[in-house]
Design a protein around this ligand. Sequence first.
Ligand code: HEC
Length: 140
Amino acid sequence: MDKKIHNRTILGGLILLFIGYNIVIYTQNTSNNQAVILSPKAQKGEHLWQENNCTACHQLYGLGGYLGPDLTNIASNPNKGIDYAKAFFNSGVKSMPQFNFSTEEQNQIAAFLTEVDKTGFYPDRNAIFESDGWVTVNYK
Ligand code: HEC
């Protein structure tokens, strides 16, 4: 076979392979189980969370402002829970401003915090400092 034709055949083959590869990569369903999809109610709550800048003072997974506590696991906290959390929304305590959420809006924020809680723990470990200097880490 002519060398030029031979090179073209290889090049053509590579181009076809490239196209095929791209088709496979870009048409495959990329959604994985890790993606968190909030319910419509919780999504409204997330909007309220953003519009009212709760993040300025509160953290989710440690990210946010530090004036108020982290709210990642407030819903499942045995000493707090979602009803306790809801009591704060409209009451205005210490440096937390008083909001005027309707009952529906309060339920939406509560749904958001409850669903965020189900996605994991923050912090996800407890470190125990032993007297001999060792640190034992317990993951949740
Ligand atoms: C200007 C700062 C600020 C903003 C903005 C703010 N908070 Fe707070 N929040 C605080 C502070 C400070 C506390 C702690 C009050 C206390 O312990 O008495 C608190 C407490 C809370 C608590 C109780 C937490 C606990 O573990 O005891 C909840 C729930 C809460 N806020 C929700 C919200 C939501 C929802 C928003 C947005 C709509 C919001 N906060 C906006 C400052 C803020």
